[in-house]
Design a protein around this ligand. Structure first.
Ligand SMILES: *[C@@H]1O[C@H](CO)[C@@H](O)[C@H](O)[C@H]1NC(C)=O
Ligand SMILES: *[C@@H]1O[C@H](CO)[C@@H](O)[C@H](O)[C@H]1NC(C)=O
Ligand SMILES: *[C@@H]1O[C@H](CO)[C@@H](O)[C@H](O)[C@H]1NC(C)=O
Ligand SMILES: *[C@@H]1O[C@H](CO)[C@@H](O)[C@H](O)[C@H]1NC(C)=O
Ligand SMILES: *[C@@H]1O[C@H](CO)[C@@H](O)[C@H](O)[C@H]1NC(C)=O
Length: 528
């Protein structure tokens, strides 16, 4: 595709999505050249797609190459493609799709190609990095921000706040970063999605599944290009109003309830949950764990080179809650710590870090740079930001303090996205959205799914009656079939539908077991 035509096309899209879409419906996609991939799984294809670097500068010739990954459909005739974003922000989506290709093909029915690209700011695409070396990142970001102080520890919280200002200043001064940072926002991300659609979809329509931060991107692309939406699933929804205009407080709304209900499930399955015999009711068990965390605030423990303070345990619980698959290990670790076995806790905690289940060192600053660049916040000092920190802790006693870092760094961030979505997410998409919220999601509450649904005409909230972050963390044939039907023929579930999950959270099962049971994934036992 010639470079001029790309730029011309982008300028047409800005503020003119309706007429552009009519024009596009009859067009042939230009295509991209799919070739070999650096990812190892068989059958995967990769391509580069040249897009405008800066959508706000239609006169500019500057371009950017997006890196795409495709998992080809397995059923003929193919129906087009589904694009993915797995969250963060800051995750390079190609690697996730490559790793989960078989699962997502099974989840979407196999009739669609699955496509992911590394969003701006991530991977090697406009990498939002403010440091030359990992050691520097460790010094300025990882180590100081591994401490999660509460408002009760004003000295530590003030220090964290100041430290985020230092990082913001480092980023601001890092060669080329201010420009980069302005080009990686979610509105540009939405335009990139439509560029990919233009290149690979004959009907010019978007099919998309976004998880976690991918729901903010999904809501944004749906609001910016409502006439070009064929199917959008947003799953594990964060409140996009707060994402763009405020602090992400609502994200923690179901956290404490989720943790409590994990303990309820634990007591029902003492053979599978190491904490299950400690107490007879969940309230007492919950109190034991909150007391343990309070004790660690006063008196941190150490096992060898592992510091077991309240921050470490809370970080462990935060990420362990994301998937029922890790609940038995979480329970074993907490039981060990309650029994005074620091070695065993440290073993499991370090294992989580090694497996990448706990995010410690990010490869770059894209999680902050994308989020903070998208926000417009009032100028405030540390003491003026105190009500935000208090609101976070009010929202979740257990983990609200984990929102302090993001609030603080965004408060201090200087580099805004060149384009921000400033609308109210009121739109009638060409086909209505399917919006999924878990009953027990520690990071994206059901109410945020309802919040988005309220402003998108015809959208339906499917309550996925399971645990973890996003619907794929806990298998439900009902939810899987709802997703199948939606992608296959556009059918939405009845409003008010609650899908039960097919196994209890401490059982040794994953969504793949449900996919095998449904016949959507091959049974390895039969293949052997
Ligand atoms: C995409 O571009 C990168 C960087 O120029 C190159 O290394 C890679 O091979 C290209 N990928 C494909 C599939 O053409
Ligand atoms: C990082 O690298 C850039 C480009 O080579 C250089 O200008 C800058 O001084 C380096 N920063 C530090 C802190 O070493
Ligand atoms: C800690 O737990 C591990 C694993 O259960 C066990 O092997 C070890 O003996 C325990 N250590 C102590 C001091 O109880
Ligand atoms: C959605 O959330 C925003 C931000 O919290 C709030 O202002 C708005 O009233 C909510 N909308 C609905 C319909 O709940
Ligand atoms: C499509 O639509 C109907 C509802 O009208 C549904 O019952 C059917 O099973 C759907 N799904 C597929 C995969 O065809």
């Amino acid at each position: 595709m010639s470079f001029k035509s790309v730029v011309l096309h982008a300028s047409l899209l800005i503020g003119a999505s309706a007429s552009a879409s009519k024009r596009l419906e009859s067009r042939q996609a230009n295509g991209v050249t799919w070739g070999d991939c650096e990812f190892e799984a068989p059958g995967l294809q990769c391509a580069n797609l040249t897009v405008p670097l800066d959508y706000t500068a239609p006169e500019s010739d500057a371009t950017l190459d997006l890196q795409l990954l495709r998992v080809p459909a397995v059923t003929e005739p193919k129906k087009g493609s589904i694009l993915f974003n797995f969250g963060g922000p800051g995750f390079a989506s190609r690697g996730t799709l490559a790793a989960l290709a078989a699962r997502f093909l099974a989840l979407t029915g196999g009739e669609y190609d699955l496509v992911a690209h590394d969003p701006r700011g991530t991977g090697t695409t406009l990498t939002a990095s403010c440091f030359n070396t990992t050691a520097e990142r460790q010094q300025f970001v990882t180590v100081p921000m591994s401490v999660v102080p509460s408002t009760e520890d004003e000295l530590a919280l003030g220090r964290l706040y100041g430290q985020t200002d230092v990082v913001a200043n480092i980023c601001n001064g890092f060669p080329g970063f201010a420009e980069r940072g302005s080009l990686i926002g979610t509105a540009f991300g939405a335009r990139d999605l439509m560029q990919i659609v233009d290149a690979i979809e004959d009907d010019g329509l978007l099919r998309y599944w976004g998880i976690s931060y991918g729901t903010a991107l999904g809501a944004t692309v749906a609001a910016m290009f409502p006439d070009r939406i064929d199917r959008i699933v947003i799953d594990g929804v964060l409140n996009p109003h707060q994402y763009f205009n405020s602090y992400e407080i609502e994200a923690w709304a179901d956290t404490d309830r989720t943790f409590f209900n994990i303990l309820v499930e634990c007591l029902k399955a003492p053979d599978l949950c190491a904490l299950g015999s400690r107490r007879t009711n969940a309230k007492d068990l919950e109190k034991d764990i909150y007391n343990l965390i309070d004790d660690l605030r006063e008196e941190p423990l150490v096992s060898g080179t592992t510091l077991i303070d309240s921050s470490a345990v809370l970080t462990f619980i935060r990420f362990a809650q994301y998937s029922p698959e890790t609940y038995p290990a979480m329970a074993t670790a907490l039981e060990a710590l309650l029994a005074g076995n620091t070695t065993e806790f440290a073993r499991i905690y370090n294992n989580f870090i090694d497996l990448g289940l706990i995010l410690t060192l990010t490869p770059d600053e894209s999680p902050f740079a994308i989020t903070c660049g998208d926000k417009e916040l009032p100028e405030q000092t540390f003491s003026e930001t105190a009500p935000v920190f208090e609101a976070l802790e009010e929202e979740s006693r257990l983990l609200g303090s984990h929102g302090h870092i993001l609030a603080a760094i965004c408060q201090n961030w200087d580099i805004q996205a060149k384009e921000r979505y400033t609308g109210n997410f009121e739109a009638t998409t060409r086909h209505p959205m399917l919006i999924i919220g878990n009953t027990f999601d520690p990071a994206t509450p059901l109410r945020s799914a309802q919040n988005v649904s309220a402003s998108f005409e015809g959208s339906v909230v499917l309550e996925h009656g399971g645990f973890g972050h996003g619907s794929t963390s806990h298998g439900s044939a009902c939810t899987i079939n709802a997703i199948h039907n939606y992608f296959s023929n556009g059918t939405l579930p009845e409003p008010g539908t609650i899908c039960e999950v097919d196994y209890a959270p401490f059982e040794p099962a994953t969504i793949d077991n449900v996919l095998i049971e449904l016949g959507y994934l091959p049974d390895p036992a039969e293949e052997a």
